[in-house]
Write a protein that binds this ligand. Structure first.
Ligand code: NAD
Length: 499
């Protein structure tokens, strides 16, 4: 069996702790590799390497640093197929989806090539007699990021591209479920010209995360994952005096107004609800049709579309709609929630519980589920299911639908489908959710805007990518300078040329 490594100081390093986690092929259910789980000493070694390397990297001018990212983009494109294959093999998502995962990260790298522009400071000429004030953005030093399983290429790039463009060293602790692509990305960054020790991968679980929180030389932590872990890392990381941003779970509502194009809304819901087997933080998991007539029309359109979905391994071709869930536990958890929905009185309109795939009986596949008549007190409504399960909550009016989404504890993304501009504008203005789609089901902002939810979906002040990333990965220093040649006795201005 393949034994994966850490990537420290420009080399693949075997685990020393003696602890490992199994890495599965979710389509077959087989263990295909094991990944070492770092202890505090291994993490501390990577921090020492990063501390030595970082000042030299910060001294490289921003344009030259950006050129490394430029080259990295070329290498990502060169190796796109290889990266996508490795990603699908460990995560389970289809190859087109895996390429999308790499592509969305690549776009953040492209944005970060503009770092010299973003890192320019501010200058006030003549703030007083002979006095100028200027501010500069300086890197933090050694930074760290902890990432989830569901986007093993994109989310690490969201973090390390801006961190490194700003002159920091970055230690990545990827998900232990699919660590191969993060390791490949670190190799590619060095092939692109990044000095050793600036991007390192330390694999691990809670022990490595706790070591990151406790290490005094790590200046900042970026986290993306589930809300309980986001809260834990945010609280403890801040208490340890670090700069921390943590992004958590979601329960994204899509409101369907009676005037919406119902075919367009149904197509959007099927893509956003079941794509990537629902394992997206921006997946739509709750459909909220306004009025019973809208609900009946929507369900009628949804059912045949859902029944046509093709589920299979990534090797089965590009017409597969979605693959298996990431682990057996994830599958059991999703099916447990489906059963709770039935017990608590929701109507299961499409039942995927008996789904099996010939030749892949041990894979972690789950058929698609559609619930109708879900109510806010049910567990399937309150909980992030993270599987191919769409719940329909019928609302009597627009105000009721709006209130429903606003009262949910999560606030990552939401969407409204309508032809009425006034309703759409009102929704976008009033909703307490970070990312809003108008006739767009998954409103993930492009790299040059920022990404982030509200409420229990994000903790911290700044979002991912866009201009916020440059604020997160730098600190501002402001210099006030006075030069005697600008001052005449008595404090008045004089100019040498006029003497
Ligand atoms: P997770 O919280 O289980 O794991 C995320 C990271 O935290 C991993 O690196 C893991 O090793 C580490 N971790 C796990 N348990 C820990 C513990 N007890 N202490 C310290 N660290 C621990 O999340 P996941 O299952 O990998 O990813 C799915 C979750 O991520 C979903 O909730 C999804 O909504 C969320 N997510 C959010 C966003 C966003 O931008 N808001 C994006 C993608 C995924």
């Amino acid at each position: 069996m393949q034994e994966l490594t850490h990537y420290i100081n420009g080399a693949h390093v075997k685990g020393q702790s003696g602890r490992f986690a199994d890495v599965y092929n979710p389509a077959t259910g087989e263990v295909q590799a094991r990944v070492p789980l770092a202890n505090a000493e291994e993490l501390a070694f990577a921090v020492d390497v990063a501390k030595d390397a970082q000042p030299g990297w910060a001294a490289v001018n921003p344009q030259r640093r950006a050129r490394v990212l430029m080259k990295f983009v070329d290498l990502l494109n060169r190796d796109m197929d290889k990266l996508a294959e490795a990603l699908s093999r460990e995560h389970g998502k289809t190859l087109p989806d895996a390429k999308g995962d790499v592509q969305r990260g690549l776009e953040v790298v492209e944005y970060c090539i503009g770092a010299p522009q973003m890192l320019k400071g501010e200058f006030t000429d003549g703030a007083g007699p002979g006095i100028d004030i200027y501010s500069m953005r300086q890197p933090l030093g050694v930074t760290a990021g902890i990432t989830p399983f569901n986007f093993p290429a994109m989310i690490p790039m969201w973090m390390f591209a801006p961190a490194i463009a700003c002159g920091n060293a970055f230690i990545l602790k990827p998900s232990e479920r699919d660590p191969s692509v993060p390791l490949m990305l670190a190799e590619l960054m060095e092939e692109a010209g990044l000095p050793k020790g600036i991007l390192q991968v330390v694999n691990g679980d809670k022990e490595a995360v706790d070591a990151i929180i406790a290490h005094p030389d790590i200046q900042s932590i970026g986290f993306v994952g589930s809300t309980p872990i986001a809260e834990y890392i945010y609280g403890n990381g801040c208490a340890a005096g670090k700069r921390v941003q943590c992004f958590g779970g979601a329960k994204n509502h899509m409101i369907i107004m009676p005037d919406a194009d119902m075919d367009q809304a149904a197509d959007a819901l099927v893509g956003a609800g079941y794509g990537a087997a629902g394992e997206r933080c921006m997946a739509i998991s709750v459909a909220v049709p306004v009025g019973d007539e809208t609900a009946d029309r929507l369900i009628e359109k949804l059912v045949p579309r859902i029944e046509k979905l093709k589920i299979g391994p990534y090797t089965a071709g590009d017409d597969v709609d979605y693959g298996p869930l990431v682990t057996r536990e994830a599958k059991e958890r999703v099916l447990g929630l489906v059963n709770s929905g039935i017990e608590q009185g929701a109507k299961l309109v499409v039942d995927g519980r008996d789904f099996t795939l010939q030749g892949y009986e041990n894979g972690f596949f789950v058929g698609p589920h559609l619930f109708d008549h879900v109510t806010p007190d049910m567990d399937i409504y309150k909980t992030e299911i993270f599987g191919p399960v769409l719940s329909t909550v019928r609302a009597g009016s627009y105000e009721e639908a709006l209130k429903l989404a606003m009262d949910h504890e999560y606030g990552n993304g939401t969407a409204i489908f309508t032809r009425d501009g006034d309703t759409a504008r009102d929704f976008a203005h009033r909703i307490n959710i970070g990312m809003v789609g108008i006739n767009v089901p998954i409103p993930v902002p492009l790299a040059y805007h920022t990404f982030g939810g509200w409420k229990k979906s994000a903790f911290g002040d700044l979002n991912q990518h866009g201009p916020d990333a440059f604020r997160f990965y730098t600190r501002t220093k402001t210099v006030t300078a006075r030069w005697p040649s600008g001052i005449k006795e008595g404090g008045e201005f004089h100019f040498k040329a006029m003497d």
